[in-house]
Design a protein around this ligand. Structure first.
Ligand SMILES: *Cc1c(COP(=O)(O)O)cnc(C)c1O
Length: 380
């Protein structure tokens, strides 16, 4: 028994699947400090460069002075603060929905929302490339799980048509986390209307970035009481946490029934203060989004077809085989650039890729070194 972990770890090592954790010695940004060495960073989801913004740091400090550090209890006991309440109201308003509730993480928001919405006798429909948290949520819900091929609306419709009058939930990443492409939300909504299903949109990578920062709903110009919107706050918003927004009754049922909401300590109120500051910056510093979109355009114009098709700050460079992908990532690291190799089980076997994340904190000149190195690879 005691040897089995060692053997499992050796196996991961030999198959190029063992992960390591880099130890950062400072904040996120275009450059990060690791082991005393400065690296250009293409691995964070801090798309707007807000994670170390002075106004956010100040809001968090002010929040700590007012509320202390820990929330001390779950929301339903006495951990729910004025800052949480205000953040919920402003987040809902910002994404254009009537109500929202804060969760501690996006992982917990998906688990809580999916398991509140569907159970043993129901059906859930998931895009094959959905984030792991939605897959885990689907399994935990015990609903019958139908996984349709990536973005394949015909396959989704044929599943929806055959399940009859069960409660149905279609759940999808809005922006796919490892591919960077965007779900066809108007078509999804049309199918949900036709077959009387809910539509859960996980906008972890769209909130703050798409649709003037308001996310996928504004970007795709849709609205419907069937929509359950999940936004996360640890990525473009630069803080930590998540929220689920939609109809007031649905949101109140989450408060009453979502287990990952009820049985956990509330997010520290100082983070809710930082979230409020972040929301202000997302609205007022629109130059961050404009610059980010220019960076995406510049990067794509230089590398064109060598990239996977994506118009978002997630720009995957396909490699295929594990070992080759890891090698490339290591060579870039030797040159002072951190670009993560994404491998199974995060992506399918032989679909390993570099996942390049662009951020408003990058300058055009920062990208040139990476572009040159990747062009060199393509030429080989
Ligand atoms: C990151 C991510 C999550 C999880 O959010 P956390 O707040 O980091 O737990 C959920 N869904 C998607 C698509 C993500 O990329």
């Amino acid at each position: 028994m005691t040897d089995s972990f060692g053997q499992a770890l050796d196996f991961l090592e030999e198959s190029g699947l063992r992960r390591i954790r880099r130890i950062l010695e400072g904040s996120q940004g275009a450059h990060v400090l690791v082991d005393g060495r400065r690296f250009a960073s293409y691995c964070s989801n801090d798309y707007l460069g807000l994670a170390h913004h002075p106004a956010m740091i100040e809001a968090a400090c002010e929040g700590a002075r007012r509320y202390g550090v820990g929330a001390g209890a779950s929301h339903l006991l006495c951990g729910h603060s004025k800052a949480h309440e205000e953040a919920e109201r402003k987040l809902a308003e910002f994404v254009g929905l009537p109500a929202s509730v804060l969760f501690s993480t996006g992982y917990m928001a998906n688990i809580g929302a999916v398991t509140m919405l569907v159970g043993r006798n129901d059906a859930i429909f998931c895009d094959r490339l959905n984030h792991a948290s939605l897959n885990d949520a689907a399994v935990l819900s015990r609903a019958k799980l139908y996984r349709y091929p990536h973005l394949d609306m015909e396959a989704l419709e044929s599943f929806l048509a055959k399940v009859g009058d069960k409660r149905k939930l279609v759940a999808t990443d809005a922006v796919f986390s490892m591919d960077g492409d965007i779900a066809p939300v108007p078509q999804l909504l049309e199918l949900c209307e036709k077959y009387d299903a809910w539509l859960l949109l996980d906008d972890a990578h769209g909130f703050g970035v798409l649709g003037e920062g308001r996310g996928i709903l504004s970007h795709s110009g849709v609205s419907s009481p069937r929509i359950i919107y999940v936004g996360t706050l640890g990525k473009a918003a630069g803080v930590f946490g998540a929220f689920v927004a939609g109809e007031p009754g649905m949101v109140e049922m989450l408060v009453q029934r979502a287990r990952s909401y009820i049985y956990t300590t509330a997010q520290p109120p100082l983070l809710a203060e930082a979230i409020l500051a972040s929301l202000d910056l997302i609205k007022t510093e629109s130059w961050r989004r404009a610059h980010l979109h220019e960076l995406v355009g510049y990067f794509k114009s230089k590398l064109g077809n060598s990239l996977m098709p994506s118009d978002t700050p997630i720009q995957p460079f396909p490699v295929g085989e594990n070992g080759a992908c890891l090698n490339l990532s290591s060579r870039l690291e030797e040159k002072g650039m951190l670009v993560p190799a994404i491998r199974p089980p995060t992506v399918p076997v032989n679909r390993s890729r570099l996942r390049i994340s662009l951020s408003a904190s990058h300058a055009f000149e920062d990208l040139d070194q990476l572009i040159a190195a990747l062009k060199n690879e393509i030429a080989c």
